[in-house]
Ligand binder design. Structure first.
Ligand code: 9YT
Length: 130
């Protein structure tokens, strides 16, 4: 069994801050943990906008705090995000995430992130080999 305290992840290499400064993510499970998915707590910082496009991954996100919105750039639709809202990028949708207050998001990726990815200029994560 794997049991982790997020307080023990903060300040380690499993806590990643985006180059853009718009989010901080604590990667609680990565590919090396052998679960077949990765599991993250991501804080999208208040007042920011982030362009994201997971071309190579499927992702589900559950908001447990804060307020913001997601704009789906494939169809122009915008959805409000708050505690209790989940979205799943089952079509690799390119999107903007905007946070009015700090958004606390629980995220699952398949295939799992290895931990070395960062967004490129298009908001894309490459598929990584370990
Ligand atoms: C909200 C969201 O898309 N989070 C993804 C995980 C985070 N960007 C990370 O750990 O790289």
């Amino acid at each position: 069994m794997i049991v982790r305290d997020i307080e023990d992840i903060k300040g380690t290499e499993r806590e990643v801050k985006a180059d853009t400064g718009t989010w901080t993510s604590r990667r609680m499970l990565l590919r090396s943990d052998g679960m077949g998915f990765s599991f993250h707590e991501t804080i999208i910082h208040a007042g920011t906008e982030t362009l994201i496009w997971y071309k190579n991954h499927l992702e589900a996100v559950y908001c447990v705090g804060g307020e913001g919105e997601i704009e789906d750039l494939t169809n122009g639709e915008t959805h409000q995000i708050r505690d209790g809202i989940m979205y799943a990028l089952n079509g690799h949708e390119k999107h903007y995430l905007r946070a009015k207050s700090d958004l606390r998001m629980i995220c699952v990726f398949t295939p799992p992130l290895t931990g070395k990815e960062d967004h490129d200029a298009d908001g894309v994560y490459a598929l990584m080999e370990e």
